[in-house]
Design a protein around this ligand. Structure first.
Ligand code: BG6
Length: 476
């Protein structure tokens, strides 16, 4: 279903995120028939270039970042036609009048801040003072949304001077991932799981986001952030919220975000023994310290945490989170591990626990491990088999069209649907929980343990679960 005609301005329109994700995502929506022909996309950045040069740059980005089967020359030409470019000085006065000329009456107006957070305030201020945005316009802001509670609060305040909360779309692209949304469909669209979804039946929960990439060209940013700020404060906490939250009254922005906020506020403080930090050593690629060009860096490129949620539903259920770079495989999954059956009526070794695992990437899908009888005459021998539902198998061609997170989220902005975006109070609550964890290890002067590239992280991360008589699921 096509969305309403819109004017989308992308600040940082020539930057990495725009080229890699935002523009290819918009193209795919056009190719899929969702973007109306009246839509306009306006790149805004510091560089001096005209429309033709911008279109050429976007054409090259599509060539580089789209899979071959998504490239249709006719549709690409159609898409490039919708683009224009304005040179704007985000902190000065140049270009704003020209930008205003591009914004038409009667369309949805969205402004995507694909720029560093220091420019959020100045751009928001100019959009309003120059009469470019009004009280129906939408602004989209990217992470990092601050580096601690204080900076996040300052950013919220600077945006709130010019825009109402209902106009602000804070992106966490994990919320746009198809399987993440499916998590809500599974929890709240079926009767099967919800009655068991609590500390009485769930033994523990594991959330893993493993990456094979290193810090790449983002060393400077990453060394200031580390895995805790870069991944846990936002993506992993959001996943945890969706797993742990109470059923919202409706699948709509305020209900969902209210429930997520309650989870963040119920997170227990984290003790030093609940944290394992790691840093990848020299290997096939230069090690972390060389990659960020800081021989004395104490920043973690891996973190594992044992968390608890202080509420009735989850009292006593550990949530184990881990994420890291240069690991064995790119694999993200959430696993809900159920308790053992209370009593075995069979001779021989008991069956193992049921596990519901939700694979975020790659091979999006879900798997439920259940105990059955091993076929054959050998008596009642129990084995574990997966009831596997990979989207590719179950949905065939439909699964090939799973939209990228950014496609979905940008269209939600145009539709005015904030459900999959973070509210200001949620981001602040996440920082309020994160800050003391980071301050704790900084005060202790803790250094991360080195780990081998291509491994599953430092040994100590295995111990975190072994101590509790549990084990991590395999990263594969
Ligand atoms: C980003 C982080 O938010 O998410 C990156 O800044 C990380 O460090 C990326 O690599 C992972 O996203 P995805 O979608 O590839 O899992």
């Amino acid at each position: 279903i096509p969305v309403e005609p819109f004017d989308l301005v992308i600040f940082g329109g020539t930057g990495d995120l725009a080229r890699r994700k935002i523009l290819p995502g918009l193209y795919r929506r056009l190719a899929d028939g969702q973007m109306p022909p009246e839509a306009r996309v306006i790149g805004a950045a510091r560089s001096d270039m005209d429309d033709a040069a911008f279109r050429a740059l976007v054409g090259e980005a599509l060539e580089e970042f789209l899979p071959d089967n998504a490239k249709d020359p006719e549709r690409i030409a159609e898409f490039l036609e919708l683009l224009s470019y304005v040179r704007v000085d985000a902190t000065g006065e140049d270009g704003w009048a020209a930008l205003k000329e591009h914004i038409r009456e009667g369309t949805v107006h969205a402004f995507y801040f694909s720029v560093g957070p220091s420019l959020f305030g100045p751009i928001a201020e100019r959009l309003k003072s120059q009469g470019i945005a009004d009280d129906k316009s939408r602004i989209v802001v990217e992470k990092p949304f601050g580096k601690d509670l204080q900076t996040a609060r300052a950013l919220n305040e600077s945006l709130a001077c010019h825009f109402d909360e209902t106009q602000i779309y804070r992106i966490d692209h994990y919320l746009g991932k198809e399987t993440v949304q499916n998590l809500m469909a599974v929890r709240f669209g079926n009767m099967l799981f919800e009655p068991l979804w609590n500390s009485r039946y769930v033994d523990h929960i594991q959330i893993t986001v493993a990456e094979t990439v290193g810090v790449g060209g983002r060393g400077e940013y990453y060394d200031r952030s580390g895995a805790m700020r870069d991944m846990v404060q936002n993506h992993l906490l959001q996943l945890l919220c969706l797993i742990a939250m109470e059923p919202p009254g409706r699948f709509e922005d305020e209900s969902v975000r209210d429930e997520k906020l309650k989870v963040i506020r119920a997170l227990k403080p984290v003790a030093p023994e609940d944290i394992v930090r790691g840093q990848y050593a020299d290997g096939d690629e230069p090690g972390y310290k060389s990659a960020v060009n800081n021989p004395s860096s104490k920043t973690e490129s891996f973190i594992a945490l044992r968390l608890g949620i202080a509420n009735w539903r989850w009292s006593g259920t550990p949530f184990y989170l881990r994420t890291g770079k240069r690991l064995k495989a790119r694999a993200s999954e959430i696993a809900v591990v159920f308790k053992d059956a209370p009593h075995s009526i069979f001779d021989g070794p008991p069956g193992q626990s049921n596990v519901l695992s939700i694979r975020l990437q790659p091979n999006e899908g879900m798997e439920m491990v259940v105990t059955i009888k091993e076929p054959g005459p050998g008596g009642m021998r129990l084995i574990q088999v997966p009831l596997d539902m990979s989207f590719a198998d179950a949905l065939g061609e439909q699964a090939e069209d799973i939209p990228d997170a950014y496609e979905r989220l940008i269209m939600d902005v145009i539709r005015g649907n904030q459900t999959l975006f973070m509210r200001g109070d949620e981001v602040e609550a996440a920082w309020a929980w994160t800050d003391p964890v980071i301050e704790g290890w900084e005060d202790r002067g803790a250094t991360p343990s080195p780990y081998e590239q291509g491994s599953t992280g430092p040994e100590e991360a295995l111990m975190l679960l072994h101590q509790d008589g549990r084990r991590w699921r395999e990263i594969k």
